[in-house]
Design a protein around this ligand. Structure first.
Ligand code: DP6
Length: 334
């Protein structure tokens, strides 16, 4: 029997409290995968083919205010102060997600992103994680982080990692209903890690990540090698974090992103997110490394490049990339 999102939601909310409040004001950070989630074994529940591991972006993410509207006939969504039309991709996915929880009511949602929204950083991960936090507060469910992570996954896979700060691992799980596929923070954290965001273009992407992911799984002959690549990269990344070996970490992180993009290049027709600026930036990162600066890069389903480096290299990175936005997963808390 096919398991639906409704089935999973009723399981997760079974033990929840019920103390609704007037409105909720919440926040969730965006995250960048160091070992990528790329491919689903079940698209209804966003269950992944492999595990993945990310670093959250601290104060770069989504603020969300949420309340219920009794008289309304649709949800109202405002993003960075602008009302979003019901036919934008984000509102459609969000509304379909809220259908799982509305119990007759519609929602008024105001979101504000602190992450550069221009190109590909308008993160669905922080948006859905914030929506789940908002629902939890508004309905007074008081759910565990594990349940919040599972609910966020139903909105967007990578959102299950945005429920936490720092280094976070999403377990692949094996059960059909996905109850064992949620994220948890790593025991070993590394407060000196930094991610630098480079906005290289503000053009919209040729194809969304959800569609590109499925198309790659369906048509790329290289996808067969992906689960094995991830198994090895995940093990290396976790060992490198424990050992505090930045070079080992960076090599695995960069290699994992290159392997993911290789699966896309080989899809038929191929998916190419890279622009000339992407390639120039990757080349520059290598050149800086040759000159002795420890910096590595990663790319998601888009043209922008994210830099991985240690706090001690921040000044040199800012000198080499004057427009870089440096994020700190820990915001000085760890
Ligand atoms: C390349 O989480 O956006 O950023 O589950 O379909 O919503 P859906 O996909 P999404 O995919 C993220 C893909 C990625 C890699 C990652 O974040 O791990």
């Amino acid at each position: 029997m096919r398991i639906t999102r409704e089935d999973v939601v009723s399981q997760l909310l079974a033990g929840a409290s019920d103390r609704p409040v007037e409105s909720a004001d919440v926040y969730a950070p965006a995250n960048i995968a160091l070992c990528k989630y790329w491919g689903k074994r079940c698209s209804e529940l966003n269950l992944p083919v492999t595990g993945s591991l990310s670093l959250s972006l601290g104060s770069y993410g989504s603020h969300l205010r949420m309340s219920r509207m009794t008289e309304a006939t649709t949800d109202r969504v405002t993003h960075n102060g602008v009302a979003l039309s019901a036919d934008t991709a984000f509102v459609r996915t969000l509304t379909a997600y809220l259908d799982l929880f509305r119990a007759g009511a519609y929602f008024n949602i105001e979101t504000r992103n602190t992450i550069p929204t221009a190109a590909g950083f308008a993160s669905s991960a922080s948006g859905f994680a914030a929506a789940v936090r908002g629902l939890d507060t508004l309905m007074g469910w008081a759910l565990s982080p594990q349940a919040l992570s599972s609910l966020a996954r139903l909105g967007s896979g990578s959102a299950c990692r945005s429920v936490y700060d720092g280094l976070v691992e999403w377990d692949v799980g094996s059960s059909e209903d996905g109850m064992d596929s949620f994220a948890t923070p790593l025991r070993d954290q590394w407060p000196d890690l930094r991610i630098g965001l480079l906005v290289l273009t503000d053009k919209t992407k040729p194809i969304g990540s959800r569609q590109a992911m499925q198309h790659t799984v369906d048509t790329s002959p290289l996808y067969r090698a992906w689960p094995e690549t991830v198994a090895s990269d995940l093990a290396t990344i976790k060992a490198a974090i424990t050992e505090r070996s930045f070079e080992r970490l960076g090599q695995a992180v960069e290699g994992n992103a290159m392997a993911m993009h290789s699966t896309m290049f080989a899809a038929r027709p191929s998916v190419i997110y890279w622009t000339p600026e992407t390639v120039a930036t990757i080349t520059r990162v290598r050149q800086l490394r040759d000159e002795g600066l420890m910096v590595y890069c990663t790319m998601d389903a888009g043209p922008n490049v994210k830099l991985l480096f240690l706090h001690a290299s921040q000044e040199a990175i800012e000198a080499a990339f004057p427009d870089v936005v440096v994020t700190n997963a820990y915001n000085g808390d760890v």
